[in-house]
Design a protein around this ligand. Structure first.
Ligand code: UT7
Length: 325
């Protein structure tokens, strides 16, 4: 048994092709779809996103993020005894992106599996890794969020295709005598399956149903703000802390209006809100570790800071992780 788990290194990776709103608007205009930089910025806060090349997979992006996290933690890949990849865009139906990524890191033998909780995937994965470390099933974990959402976008649907991007973020989570992760809180409500889904699948060698993303943006928007507040408050109660103890709020990076609304509900200054959605759009399970790593590397987040990580997305799923960094 270990007392706590603690993040000892962060990393991230974005594919090289940066697509600004103006670039995307021009590409869409060529196919008769009308959008604008002004609409995207005003409604979402997004200015750009990154798209991976067609032959680049989630495990490719995730492996690079993992290497960067290992370097930051001062660990070698062969010291890792657990790999969890949060993704809804895995390389294959099976095996998991985690197994493929393990091989890319040049290691073998440790447990490796994927978690599929869409945009809440990283907080789900971190919660599982924390539990496995505290029960003694693992001592040094790689927890990764990696996505190539560009593969499941319908570029004839302007209400969704301007929102998402590709990328990966990772943390090394280790057994520790000091916290670390203070409290976690996970939820799902499957009756909302239809408001955010990719309803297709592979069957009998054919695609069955529609394999592209569908979203009722307004329904997701309304649900998101309420559940993000509830999950944050639940972790604070469990940890015996208050909103005033939070140094940085890192919500899922989907829409600046949802993120600011959540901060206001928690009576937090917007100065404490970590925002990277402007740069990389909504990268689903990768968005929280991407935002975390960017803020650690820029010097904003420092060792000892208290962080509130919050995910929300398809399922419907939501959850939070409160931790001392
Ligand atoms: O990652 C999982 C979590 N996902 C989210 O958190 C997403 C949550 N939802 C949202 O972020 C917002 O609902 C959206 C950004 C998706 C949409 O913003 P909105 O303020 O709810 O816009 P809307 O859907 O009410 O659309 C307003 C107008 C509509 O035109 P009319 O009917 O008023 O004439 C849309 O057709 O904006 C139009 N529109 C666009 N116009 C230009 C929708 N998409 C676009 C576009 N460019 N890309």
């Amino acid at each position: 048994m270990n007392k706590y788990s603690r993040i000892t290194g962060t990393g991230s990776y974005l594919p090289p092709r940066r697509v600004t709103n103006a670039d995307l608007a021009a590409e869409l205009a060529a196919t008769g779809i009308e959008t604008s930089d002004q609409w995207i910025v005003e409604r979402t806060g997004i200015h750009s996103r990154y798209f991976a090349a067609p032959d680049v997979t989630s495990s490719d992006l995730g492996a690079q993020a993992a290497r960067n996290a290992l370097e930051a933690a001062g660990r070698n890949a062969d010291e890792i005894d657990l790999i969890i990849v949060a993704t809804s865009t895995p390389d294959m139906v099976f095996p998991s992106a985690a197994c493929i990524l393990q091989n890319k890191l040049g290691i073998a033998g440790c447990a490796a599996f994927d978690v599929q909780a869409v945009c809440s995937g990283f907080v789900y994965a971190l919660t599982i890794a924390d539990a496995m470390i505290r029960t003694g099933s693992a001592s040094k974990a790689l927890v990764i969020g990696a996505e190539v959402f560009s593969r499941i976008l319908d570029f004839t649907d302007r209400t969704t295709c301007v929102l998402f991007g590709d990328g990966a973020g990772a943390v090394v989570l280790e057994a520790s005598d000091t916290p670390g992760i203070l409290a976690t809180d996970l939820h799902a409500d499957g009756k909302h399956v239809g408001i955010l889904c990719v309803p297709g699948t592979v069957s009998g060698g054919k695609i069955l149903g529609d394999p592209l993303l569908k979203m009722d943006g307004q329904a997701v928007f309304k649900l998101a703000i309420g559940v993000l507040e509830d999950a944050a408050r639940a972790t604070l109660t469990k940890a015996g802390r208050t909103e005033a103890d939070i140094d940085w709020l890192i919500p899922h990076q989907a829409n600046i209006r949802i993120m600011q609304g959540t901060a206001r509900k928690l009576k937090m200054s917007l100065d404490k809100l970590i925002v990277t959605v402007n740069e990389h759009g909504n990268t689903s399970a990768a968005s929280i570790p991407l935002a975390l790593d960017a803020s650690v590397r820029s010097g904003k987040i420092k060792k000892g800071d208290t962080l509130m990580l919050e995910g929300v997305g398809g399922g419907f799923t939501w959850g939070a992780v409160l931790l001392d960094f």
